[in-house]
Every structure is written in C-alpha cells, then in structure tokens.
Design a protein around this ligand. Structure first.
Ligand code: A2P
Ligand code: MG
Length: 342
C-alpha cells in the first residue's frame, strides 16, 4: 500500500470521501432541516455544507496530516467528527499507474481545495421538491413570493428540481496547479441493469485521463453554459458577445464543467468575481485531464497555492477544446476585461 505514490492514494481517498459527503448531503435534505445561514449577498450555507466539509477534512487530514486542506466553510472543527471518518480508498484509482512527473510528490507539496456543496442556491431551492407528492404543497408554492410561473412549471416537470446541479468538489494541486480532482453528484440518477443508483463520482488525473462518466465532444452548434443564480450586467454582456445558438443557465461550477465534459455545452463563461478557488480547482483538474482548458476571462490560469486569495476575481472561461477556448477569449471585448481586472 505505502508503495503507491501519495498522489494516487489521496485521489483514491478523495473519491471515497466524496461519495460519503454526497450521502450526507442527501440525508440532510431528507431530514428536511437545512439550517440555512446567509453568509453574504446571494451566498448561503446549510447544515449539508457544514457536515460534508467536516467529513471530508477530518477524513483526509487524519490520513494525510501534512497536506494543506482548505475548505469553503469557516470553522473546520474536526472534533466530534469520528462518526464521519472515511478511511476507504477507491480500488480502481489505487490501481492507476502514477505518471512519472507526480511520483515524487510529497504531502507537504500538496494543497487540497474543498467545496463540500457547490450549487448551494440550487440545493436550497431543491428543498421545495421535498413534499412534491402533496397537492397542498404545490398550491402553496403558487403564491410563493420568489417563484415565477416559469420556474414553477420547470419544477413541476422535473423529478429533482435543481438538485442535479449540486456537486461535491475536491481539487488537488501541486506547485500551484491543479493536477487531480473529483466531482461527485449526489442526485445523479443512474440505472445499472435493474438497479437504480443515485449519485456518481467523476475523477480526473493529469497525464492519465478521466473516469466515472463518458467523455463526449461539444455540441455542433455553439452552446454557452453560465450561472443561473449569480448574474449581473457584465455577466450578460460577456454572453451576448459570444454569438451563441443557446445559453444553458445551470447552477454550480462543477455542474457547468460537467456540461462541457458530457457534450451538452461548448463554453463556460462567467464574467464575475463570485467563484472561489474551491469552485474551480477540482473541475479545472478534470477538464484539463480531458484535454480542455479553464482560465479567467483574460485567459490567465489561476494559481492554487495555499496563500492565494480565495476569490477568482477575474471570472471563469472554460472549454473542452483549446480552439473553442481561444475563440471565446477572442470575443471578449477589452473594455470588459479592463472592467473585471480593475
Ligand atoms: N456572487 C456569488 N456569491 C457567492 N458564491 C458565488 C457567487 N457567484 C458564484 N458563486 C459560487 O460559485 C459557484 C458557481 O456559481 P454559479 O452557480 O452562479 O454559476 C456557485 O455554486 C457558488 O458556490 P457555492 O454554491 O459553493 O456557494
Ligand atoms: Mg461553490
């Protein structure tokens, strides 16, 4: 076991702990007590964010004490977390042949960025689906002050509301660059044979590739994916200049990168400072392991060293092909870049 390089062991542990975190996210939702705290404007935290982060940080730091692990939520108290300790490792990942360039990496060289629940807005809105079998519930939603008729109809039509947009993100960086990552989707519905399976885990490793899903080429027409809950005038401006056939507004950085990886969208554009390092580290690692590219709106890579500031101040621009990324970059007007870089 100890002959397996630390980076491979860490990725294998991250896959296992992300699965457990996903179960925590589902359990909090089904108990129905979300414990919502408002951290800032359009920025919420729930009991699921807190418990899933405790589980991930406690489990990884118990096994890799010298790794610097940074989570989205404050207060990484790891006492009282024994019930959450996950010491399993994904066997498929453990069997991977470590790339030469990563064999010598030590714990002290690694920074891990954890977003225990990406798409918190979609998670809290998903709570509206809890009592979906009750006609009284749907009737009461009709008079809800924040629910438009369009949204109401889209909720009625879907099984899970926006819960599929929710992900657990773990990003592993070395020398400031993301080299491996995990995106777990707690509400993904999968049928294997006659069994219904909820949840799936996607991973990526530099020079090795990706797993947990089927990589697909981008759509034939230009489809842009972007925020559905954090838009503003600059974000909309950056979308207009792309000349896209369709705009896919979905929640979470992890879910948007999944849209690119599964051929549902061509480019991810978000010209706003709202995303943080934990939103992009894991997704960027997986996207680049698949041959794609994630940068800011100016075309620069973010750095993931422990002392880097948390916000991705200059936005996100990503695509699964380099030429699509270059196209998107060439469409962004200089004034917009200057505005974000201010
Ligand atoms: N204005 C913002 N305030 C707080 N978080 C934001 C903001 N914009 C983006 N984010 C974070 O980036 C992720 C992707 O953004 P979006 O869904 O709007 O495209 C969100 O899920 C959210 O992470 P989180 O849900 O973990 O708080
Ligand atoms: Mg997030």
């Amino acid at each position: 076991m100890s002959s397996v390089p630390v980076l491979i062991r860490l990725l294998a542990s991250s896959v296992s702990v992300a699965n457990r975190a996903g179960k925590i996210v589902r359990d909090v939702m089904s108990k129905g007590e979300l414990g919502i705290v408002e951290k800032g404007k359009d920025d919420y935290q729930t009991e699921a964010d807190r418990s899933a982060q405790r589980c991930i940080i406690a489990s990884l730091s118990a096994q890799y004490p010298k790794i610097n692990i940074i989570g989205e939520e404050d207060g990484n108290q790891i006492q009282d977390s024994n019930e959450y300790l996950v010491m399993d490792s994904d066997q498929e990942i453990l069997a991977i042949n470590c790339p030469e360039s990563l064999k010598g990496v030590e714990e002290k060289d690694i920074v891990v960025w954890v977003d225990p629940l990406d798409g918190t807005a979609e998670y809290t809105q998903g709570a509206l689906m809890l009592k979906r079998d009750s006609w009284e519930h749907w009737k009461s939603l009709l008079s809800h002050p924040f629910i438009s008729m369009k949204w109401y109809l889209s909720l009625l039509q879907s099984n899970y509301g926006f819960l599929e947009h929710v992900t657990v993100l773990i990003g592993i960086s070395v020398n400031e660059r993301p080299v491996a990552g995990v995106i777990h989707q707690p509400y993904y519905k999968n049928v294997v044979g006659s069994d219904k399976i909820i949840g799936r885990t996607i991973w990526g490793l530099q020079e090795v590739g990706v797993g947990g899903f089927t990589l697909a080429p981008p759509p034939d027409s230009l489809v842009i994916t972007t925020t559905r809950s954090h838009s503003n005038a600059i974000v909309e401006n950056a979308l207009q200049v792309m000349n896209a056939q369709q705009i896919l507004r979905v929640g979470g950085a992890g879910y948007k990168v999944l849209q690119l990886l599964e051929g549902k969208a061509s480019i991810y554009v978000f010209a706003s400072p709202g995303c943080k390092k934990w939103d992009t580290c894991g997704p960027e690692a997986i996207l680049s392991a698949a041959g794609g590219k994630l940068t800011d709106i100016l075309g620069n890579h973010y750095k993931y060293g422990a002392s880097e500031s948390r916000p991705n101040k200059t936005g996100v621009l990503a695509a699964v092909y380099e030429d699509l990324h270059s196209y998107a970059l060439s469409r962004i007007p200089q004034e917009l870049k200057d505005e974000l870089a201010k």
